[in-house]
Write a protein that binds this ligand. Structure first.
Ligand code: C2O
Ligand code: CU
Length: 550
């Protein structure tokens, strides 16, 4: 592998930020005008396009399971499509149902979902030439391993897989995205990602709904001269585009009423982390994150937002005059690559109520910021003496990204037997996730669980991340201590089996910073939820319907 000098510096432990002679105008790693190969005249510009809401998928059938619980059936196809981001030129993309980002799924807690996911893509990626064997992960769901998007459980072109989503957890912002082994970065970059909202009564009561409950998916992109996507992961270190997309639109403008809005920010970028802030400053309150609502609302002026993290933020526009334009900026974080306009995300344009259409049915805002929200079980967990403690070192060894020196390739070579831990079902453990490098940050995602951050370098978690999480931003020279319970014997789903843990910088994940743990299995046990063989994909027929009961 070819490593650039900067990569060598980093492997040597000398982070670019600390390297002598480098002066940085931004907080990010490097400032450059652009990454794209488009002529300047064609480059998208901030605040020219209208904000859009992504479509919501509808179930093709509603029914009940054997015990009378509601069940919704979805039929989603991964397909090629085109996006119009560069004026006058089409960008080839991949999308769920051909849409980028994909159609949102909305569901109430207690309603099960069966999702048929068809791979209608060509065998190789039309732009990158990489294989298009896909796996679909519902990030934030305690799904069984065979429905969890296990990286090596791939569905090739022309095949289909039925996924089961139990939806028994608390209300939260989830997302489904590709997880195909070694090519997740390319596939997610090209558009295979979508939000999925689970509602419950507490959340419906406390927070804005409908028009005032806004999904905001952030991503970044760079273009070749013909407006196809430019993929440059810089020696497998990271992919940083120079155009920021919000729900697939470059730096859009959203008209807002003088009301309190709830934004569900998802960082779906491949490698970039953000630090959103408003100018002029608008009152902002983090009320929820990856695993749902926080115990308390926390006022913020900005927050550090790593890949795959979700932050639910109330923004209060009531104090602004109509005509005020509020920028949502990106203050960035160390070790991102910043370009001319990556310091901007989107803009809010405050308008009088009657300048927007009447509220759609089911919409509601709130008249004050709730203080107490939801104190979920995970937030009550405490470390006790004798509790199992594990250490996960996230590091670069021999040019590969690794966890405790091991890579997904090592897992594959072991016949998927190797695990970094095997908690019993319902066990509580403490994990120390350690990043000894000053040159990289790693957003580490643990499948299956919601966790609570006990400390960050021995200090309390940031106020805005004191809530249920499933990704921890493990920053430069940080050790993040988390506590979690592995499944629940009393839950409607017994989550035994193998689950992944990995860096959510998808370039790192693909090369090859991913490991696994098993729950409720001992050496030699037969795994009834084997992620590759328990629910295999099959041939795709146009009119096939759900084959089994669940
Ligand atoms: Cu959002 Cu294992 O991923
Ligand atoms: Cu990483």
């Amino acid at each position: 592998m070819q490593l650039s000098r900067r990569d060598m510096l980093k492997i040597g432990g000398l982070g670019a930020v600390g390297a002598a002679g480098l002066t940085l105008p931004f907080r990010g790693e490097v400032s450059a005008k652009s990454a794209s190969e488009l002529p300047d005249s064609r480059m998208p510009r901030p605040f020219r396009n209208a904000f859009i809401r992504q479509p919501v998928a509808t179930p093709y059938k509603k029914g009940e399971d054997a015990s009378g619980r509601p069940m919704h059936y979805y039929d989603i196809s991964a397909k090629t499509g085109t996006a119009n981001i560069v004026s006058g030129l089409a960008t080839p993309v991949l999308g769920y149902n051909g849409v980028v980002p994909g159609p949102r799924i909305d569901v109430d807690q207690g309603t099960k979902i069966v999702m048929q996911l068809r791979n209608k893509l060509p065998a190789t990626h039309p732009t990158f030439g990489t294989p298009l064997k896909i796996s679909t992960h519902l990030h934030g769901s305690a799904s069984l391993p065979q429905y969890d998007g296990y990286a090596s459980d791939v569905t090739p072109a022309g095949q289909t897989k039925w996924y089961h989503y139990p939806n028994f957890q608390g209300a939260r912002t989830l997302w489904y995205h590709d997880h195909g082994v070694h090519y997740t970065a390319q596939n997610a970059y090209s558009g295979l990602a979508a939000q999925y909202h689970m509602h419950d009564p507490a959340e419906r009561d406390l927070l804005p709904q409908g028009d005032y409950d806004v999904a905001v998916t952030l991503s970044d992109i760079a273009f070749k001269a013909n407006a196809s996507q430019l993929y440059d992961d810089r020696s497998q270190s990271g992919l940083y585009g120079d155009v920021i997309l919000v729900n697939g639109v470059a730096w859009p403008v959203m008209k807002v009423k003088k009301k309190i809005y709830r934004f569900r920010f998802l960082n779906a970028s491949i490698s970039r982390s953000y630090r959103p802030s408003t100018s002029p400053a608008a009152p902002m309150y983090v009320v929820g994150m990856d695993g749902g609502l926080a115990p308390k609302a926390q006022q913020v002026s900005n927050w550090r937002h790593g890949n795959a993290e979700r932050y639910e933020v109330l923004i209060d526009f009531r104090g602004f005059k109509a005509g005020t334009k509020i920028n949502l900026n990106n203050l960035s974080n160390p070790n991102n690559r910043d370009f001319d306009n990556t310091n901007k995300i989107m803009q809010f344009d405050v308008v009088e109520d009657n300048a927007l259409p009447a509220d759609s049915p089911g919409s509601k805002t709130i008249s004050s910021i709730p203080n107490a929200l939801v104190n979920s079980d995970v937030m009550k967990l405490k470390q006790t003496p004798g509790m199992k403690v594990r250490t996960l070192r996230v590091e670069r060894t021999n040019g590969l990204w690794a966890i405790n020196g091991e890579t997904w390739e090592d897992i594959v070579k072991s016949g998927y037997k190797k695990v970094l831990g095997n908690p019993g079902l319902g066990d509580t453990e403490v994990w120390n996730i350690q990043n000894k490098s000053g040159g990289w940050f790693h957003p580490v995602h643990i499948h299956l669980v919601d966790f609570k951050i006990l400390s960050r370098n021995g200090k309390p978690a940031f106020a805005y991340e004191q809530g249920p999480k499933d990704v921890a931003y493990v920053g430069e020279n940080e050790t993040v201590k988390v506590i979690m319970k592995f499944g629940d014997k009393n839950a409607p789903v017994q989550n035994t089996g193998k689950y992944m843990v990995h860096c959510h910088n998808l370039v790192h994940e693909d090369h090859d910073m991913m490991h696994q743990f098993s729950v409720g299995l001992k050496d030699g046990d037969v795994d009834p939820n084997d992620p590759i063989t328990a629910a295999p994909c099959g041939n795709d027929g146009e009119d096939d319907k759900y084959p089994g009961a669940w």
